[in-house]
Design a protein around this ligand. Structure first.
Ligand code: NAP
Length: 254
């Protein structure tokens, strides 16, 4: 067996990994041998995720911080580096959604979305990259979206943030590839997670989505794991600044 896709002993920090896509991704990396560091704002959520790993015999760690709080991010990243070891893989996954017509969109929600979905990626990426740059290696994967490319009614601010994450991915690559870092993105289509509960519960939306997606269905979060393992592994060593769509074909068809 080749080691191209192996992540043995590599420390992987995934923001927002107590549930949903983040949890699926960190579990998938751990299955390939990575050491998982779970992040969430809630200590209880992070503890439950760590326990789930330990129940399966996998040693796991937590780093509880809010990605919108720059000093908390730096403290959490520095503590992980000091107590767990070098972070070789970072997935910037934590993100939120808020749906309402644009003309009524509350200012407070606009700022929350920008802070979480854009500043969170910048703060965590910068804090981890400073360590990776010193070592001359590291993999950063930013979770973008089908909304990095396409708009939908009621979520214009989310669309703006995910377009920004795509371009921040390109900017991080442009500035940091010369230090041996690789920064890529994954753009998920529609997956059944708590973030999308309102859509999952809406039969009209599900029927529309199944018709609109060439694959004819919602995605399963485990179907994102292959892309994350690939971008975190030696197999992708010359891929940089790329955003890989995992969306059943929705962004290539009208
Ligand atoms: P989710 O089920 O709502 O999970 C969000 C996770 O992020 C939780 O673990 C939450 O834990 C954590 N979190 C939220 N705000 C945080 C903050 N400020 N700091 C640290 N952790 C925070 O969401 P999801 O559907 O898995 O989405 C994950 C990512 O994928 C997001 O970036 C989203 O935009 C993107 N995405 C999702 C879909 C989809 O179909 N679901 C499609 C495209 C892109 P705590 O509450 O304990 O903090």
């Amino acid at each position: 067996m080749s080691d191209r896709f192996k992540l043995n002993g590599k420390i992987a920090l995934v923001t927002g990994s107590s549930q949903g896509i983040g949890h699926a991704l960190i579990s998938g990396l751990a299955e390939e041998g990575a050491i998982p560091v779970v992040n969430a704002r809630s200590t209880d959520h992070a503890k439950a995720a760590v326990k789930a790993f330990e129940d399966k015999g996998i040693k796991a760690y937590s780093a509880v911080f809010d990605v919108t709080d720059k000093s908390a991010v730096e403290a959490g990243v520095n503590q992980t580096e000091a107590e767990v070891g070098p972070i070789e893989i970072l997935i910037n996954n934590a993100g939120i959604q808020y749906r309402t017509p644009l003309e009524d969109y509350p200012e407070e929600q606009w700022h929350r979305l920008l802070e979480t979905n854009i500043s969170g990626v910048f703060f965590t990426g910068q804090a981890v990259a400073r360590h990776m740059i010193k070592r001359g290696r590291g993999k950063i994967i930013n979770i973008c979206s089908v909304q990095s490319e396409l708009a939908r009614p009621g979520i214009a601010p989310y669309t703006a943030t995910k377009g920004a994450v795509r371009n921040l991915t390109r900017g991080m690559c442009t500035d940091w590839a010369k230090y041996g870092l690789q920064i890529n993105g994954i753009a998920p289509g529609y997956f059944k997670t708590p973030l999308n509960q309102a859509l999952v519960d809406n039969p009209e939306f599900s029927a529309w989505l199944e018709k609109r997606t060439p694959a004819g269905r919602w995605g399963d979060v485990d179907e994102l794991v292959g892309a994350a393992v690939f971008l975190a592994s030696p197999a992708s060593s010359f891929i940089n600044g790329h955003v890989l769509a995992v969306d059943g074909g929705i962004t290539v068809s009208v």
